[in-house]
Design a protein around this ligand. Structure first.
Ligand SMILES: CC(C)(COP(=O)(O)OP(=O)(O)OC[C@H]1O[C@@H](n2cnc3c(N)ncnc32)[C@H](O)[C@@H]1OP(=O)(O)O)[C@@H](O)C(=O)NCCC(=O)NCCS
Length: 417
């Protein structure tokens, strides 16, 4: 029996909700009321022309689905459309019938047609999607900071709570941050709505001369089942355009120490232990022999190049280091076989051009998943070589190739999907 994929019509949304409910029991869509809310959300989000829901049908019956997003990504300071996929769910009765494989293939081909050369997702299991060619992005750290360990000295005079009239200035701040940070996706309407419409979200903004220069959005989380007065702060997003803004927002957090035991801060910034007085996360774990646990870490966003030639053409103005040489890049792509194969790249003082063929100085061989991580800068070439995840025709070029893909800042992504 074959799988057919098409956009999910409104009349099938209830079936999709049942599939989602079983695939993600943690989402809590059991009661009629919860289902109704989920339906409203699905319909509302579908109104955004950059977001769509696709279903996989067997025998005209919906057996799985996904949500796709056109994201506007900052890839090395260049805007590019990156396809995102989330809410992948397969009917429990129809697992292991390649429904997910076909959805992901459809998703990749959809974004190839839209002209993208990369896609992204948050995996339910990293290894499942690595097999399909997705590579790990920058890891996510969870810090658990005592407010009193944050630096003192920041000024709180520019801080206030977000108000409905801030929408334009808030978006402008978010957009400027996106423009300045490699990896960021431009904020979407429903994400903006979160800050303005979700009563649980508390957002403090830093304003100067009528411009919002940063914000801290958080929710409270019960710290103790017995004690209603003990709550942690969980940071949802921290954006700052300069260090005074950061200091100001941290000063706000610091003065919450009388009520808040810990600030839970999920961030891709792994230097936070330098910022705080006591970097330990309260677990008192000692990593043998002597390492004080400062944070826990996880693999989050994953990227996948879906057209190797095209991504280098797109990045023709980007500087891949400062070297001049020719590399034959051989990509193993067992999932998307049209992307499997070699391309000769000519680097001219770091500027890459895709050649029709011809001679080369070195051949580099790697899987598309690790290549995707290498390209965005979430792993360095030398480490891939050390782990045996790549082959190279001439070891003398290891440093050259490492420098070619070296980045100043690893990619960051504030969008969850
Ligand atoms: C995870 C989930 C989506 C899997 O769905 P599924 O339809 O059972 O998965 P599939 O049958 O398509 O399995 C993937 C197939 O792709 C194949 N595949 C993966 N990489 C491949 C590659 N490089 N080349 C060829 N085939 C490949 C796998 O081999 C597998 O087939 P197999 O089972 O015959 O080995 C489903 O279990 C689910 O809904 N889980 C709960 C919700 C969830 O966590 N969703 C994910 C959120 S991102």
């Amino acid at each position: 029996m074959t799988n057919t994929i098409k956009k999910i019509p409104l009349r099938d949304m209830d079936v999709f909700i049942s599939i989602i409910g079983n695939a993600y029991p943690g989402f809590g869509v059991a009661s009629a009321q919860e289902r109704g809310k989920m339906r409203q959300r699905l319909v509302a989000v579908s109104k955004d022309p950059t977001i769509a829901h696709y279903g996989v049908y067997r025998n005209r019956k919906l057996v799985g689905g996904m949500r796709t997003y056109d994201f506007d990504m900052n890839l090395f300071s260049r805007r590019t459309m990156v396809g995102g996929v989330g809410l992948v769910a397969v009917d429990l009765l129809h697992k292991k019938q390649k429904a997910c494989r076909d959805l992901i293939m459809y998703f990749i081909q959809l974004y190839q047609k839209k002209g993208s050369s990369m896609v992204a997702l948050y995996p339910f299991r990293p290894d499942f999607y690595r097999k399909m060619g997705f590579g790990y992005g920058t890891k996510l750290n969870l810090y658990r900071i005592r407010p009193e360990d944050l630096p003192s000295g920041g000024s709180r005079e520019h801080l206030r709570f977000l108000v409905p009239g801030d929408r334009k200035a808030f978006k402008e701040c978010s957009d400027r941050f996106w423009q300045k940070h490699h990896g960021m996706f431009k904020i979407k309407k429903h994400e903006l709505d979160y800050f303005f419409k979700n009563p649980a979200a508390k957002t403090v903004v830093y304003e100067n001369h009528k411009r919002i220069l940063g914000y801290l959005s958080f929710v409270f989380k019960r710290a103790d089942a017995e004690n209603i007065l003990k709550n942690h702060i969980v940071i949802r997003e921290l954006v700052y355009e300069n260090r005074d803004v950061l200091r100001g927002l941290l000063a706000f957090l610091r003065v919450q120490s009388d009520q808040i035991p810990r600030i839970l801060f999920p961030t891709q910034d792994d230097m936070i232990h330098f910022l705080v007085k006591d970097p330990r996360d309260g677990s008192d774990n000692i990593i043998p022999v002597i390492g004080h646990q400062t944070n826990t870490q996880g693999v989050g966003v994953m990227y996948r190049v879906i057209d190797t030639r095209k991504i280098f053409r797109f990045l023709k103005k980007h500087r891949f280091g400062h070297q001049s040489y020719r590399m034959k890049l051989s990509i193993h792509d067992s999932f998307l076989t049209e992307n499997d194969g070699s391309v000769v790249l000519k680097f001219d003082d770091g500027h890459a051009s895709v050649m029709k063929g011809g001679g080369y100085d070195v051949e580099v061989i790697l899987d598309v998943s690790d290549f995707s991580s290498l390209l965005v800068g979430s792993v360095d070439y030398r480490s891939l070589y050390r782990y045996g995840l790549t082959d190279i025709s001439d070891q003398q070029y290891i440093e050259t190739v490492t420098n070619t893909f070296k980045v100043e800042q690893k990619p960051i992504c504030h969008t969850t999907f």
